[in-house]
Design a protein. Sequence first.
Length: 353
Amino acid sequence: AMSIQVFAQKENSNTEPYPFGNPVIKHMYTADASPHVMPDGRVWMVTSVDLDEGGGYSTMHSYHTFSSADMRNWTDHGEVFSIEDIAPNENPKVDDYALWAPDMVYRNGKYYLYYPVHIRHRQDLQDNGRPKVTTYIAVAVSNSPDQKFTVLKDKIEGTRGIDPSIFVDDDDEVYLYWGSHWVAKLKDNMFELATEPVKLEYGEKNFMEAPWMHKRKGKYYFNYHTKYGKPVSKENPDNIDREKSRLDYSWGDSPMGPLSYGGILNYELGYGVNEGPKYMDYDYVPWRLTQSNHGGVVTYHGKDYLFYHTSALSSWRQDCFVEEGTWTQRSVCVDEIRYNEDGSVRPVQQTVS
Ligand code: FUB
């Protein structure tokens, strides 16, 4: 059985001791968790799947769903969708399909799985010699979140980009977010835009990907993966990217903006905000490098939980920390979000336990 070594932390902005057992999924690699409370009263998440052996983003070919009633113990409901479901007859020598960050929501008796279609056209090259890439959002449907989904609409017209996420407001309006902070309302049929897409104004210029909206006490919180940081190179292992896995948030009074910048939502394991090493002895923390992140927030029994991912598990297993494999051998983690009196967010430090 796999287990993760525990490194004691001196202090932490989250709950103590770490109640979630991060990463929460240890028998396989998962990323891009999208959590929602479903009618059975459990939290369900759909996740991307990274291969055991890694291999890069083009090897992401399926989604799993998981459910939990305590955020720590998760049931794996297995594969609910795969590349076979969208491109059964494709000749892989022509196009490469990949399944990146999805979302799954319940609506009017059915479950809807939003996924980005990501196609690399091997024979249609850009000027730089690399294959052209096409991306857009599509949706599949199922009667149950642990059953196979079938394609409902193979392209949602008006979308271009990756990372779809759904937010249902208290007035029952449904919003789809995707790509570079695009947002539009969805029609009742869940596969057509009801409004023209708009670029959400969020008060900063550090958006990279992974838009997600949640609401608390009438305020809208929009979180995203930032583009701060430098690349890590094998040749220069000291050139460590301190903020590659950082999530920020912006907030305001409308799900379509405008919003203003709020601050950091999630920062890398072991780092204090803007202060460099703080809690740990870095000679002994091999998993500090997380090459990506992707946030999802769910409110459950009155508390808000942030889902994110790290490379803690794969780094530990490989006993290495500048290994490209870990870029796509990621693991979903959960921590509670705490707020200040004025509603601003206390940054959540990534944990492992
Ligand atoms: O997991 C594949 C891609 O990496 C996602 O779509 C992005 O958000 C990033 O997590």
